[in-house]
Ligand binder design. Sequence first.
Ligand SMILES: NC(=O)c1ccc[n+]([C@@H]2O[C@H](COP(=O)([O-])OP(=O)(O)OC[C@H]3O[C@@H](n4cnc5c(N)ncnc54)[C@H](O)[C@@H]3O)[C@@H](O)[C@H]2O)c1
Ligand SMILES: CC(C)C[C@H](N)C(=O)O
Length: 366
Amino acid sequence: MEVFQRLEQEDYEQVIYCQDRASGLKAIIVIHDTTLGPALGGARMWNYASEEEALEDALRLAKGMTYKNAAAGLNLGGGKTVIIGDARRDKNEEMFRAYGRYIQGLNGRYITAEDVGTTVEDMDIIYQETDYVTGVSPAFGSSGNPSPMTAYGIYVGMKAAAKEAFGSDDLSGKTIAVQGVGNVAYHLCSHLHEEGAKLVVTDIHQDAVERAVQDFQAEAVDPNDIYDVNADIFSPCALGAILNDETIPRLKAKVVAGSANNQLKENRHGDMLHERGIVYAPDYVINAGGVINVADELHGYNKERAKKKVSGLYDRMTQIFEVAKRDGIPTHQAADRLAEERMEKVKNARNTFLQNEHHILSRRRK
Ligand SMILES: NC(=O)c1ccc[n+]([C@@H]2O[C@H](COP(=O)([O-])OP(=O)(O)OC[C@H]3O[C@@H](n4cnc5c(N)ncnc54)[C@H](O)[C@@H]3O)[C@@H](O)[C@H]2O)c1
Ligand SMILES: CC(C)C[C@H](N)C(=O)O
């Protein structure tokens, strides 16, 4: 498909290709929608098989951020970056400084943060070149690594989903299959272990699995076997599109609740979960803890305030389950409805003219 045709299909605002030969930077910044405010979304570094795959990932992730920020009640639009490369091998300081300068050039239309393959240290380098970065070190007065707060949000959202599926939000004694035990899932496993859940984990990196086995007495399975585990809850915390025609029929769990972005390969896979009576916690709602945390930096970071807001994901999930039941629709559709309604209402409320520095009246006074 032609790129403009693809952008028009889901109404993307802007795509920026960034290339810096000296550092090896090859990045794609996608701004999906700025109705609610500047686009905020992380930067993913991944060894994509092709440029097409990288663009498609950036597009899907950026749109997800529009919905995530809207559903979380943030005054932020949606955007995302993908950096093409192997995060364990190809990083250097110059790359992130070059990336920071591209962001600065967007003059606040896009604000970056961490995602898969990028760290607080990378954000600190970007911060040398631009203010439009969050998830920077606490030493700079920022919020640091968003993963623990994302994990906390998944934990409270999972409890709300358990209440919906099992009639109680107590996770003790429940078997939870966790796919990917990286930054977010490690902290999630810690909460679950503390509550007395039994953990079954997998990862493509053996060191990550071993850490979870050792610290939380988790049982390890091969990456391909995680869908077949006899679990109460399946928690996808790796990459996207893992809920699909091949995997859904294998699930034994009654709840799907995890941190991965874009878990549904296609929207119809949300319908498939619904038809099978599986309670699906819409990914962009349950995994909003990190963005809520980094967005708090924009007001001058306060950890208590941010955590209180993240705790609200329990009620937000409950609200989504109620809307889904009331309207007889799957939960992913209920989440979309809430996000779209908020964007529409705010857009209407902001229709009246307000002078700003770019308006001709302001420019003429200078
Ligand atoms: N970090 C955050 O605050 C945050 C916030 C919201 C959403 N997310 C999403 O949550 C997911 C995890 O993020 P993270 O920051 O923990 O990333 P991470 O890279 O630290 O962890 C992901 C883990 O998944 C593993 N993995 C990859 N493919 C796998 C596969 N096929 N099978 C099993 N394991 C596999 C990786 O080896 C890694 O250990 C991502 O989709 C991310 O976009 C993260
Ligand atoms: C911390 C956030 C700004 C980005 C995070 N990776 C997410 O997908 O929500």
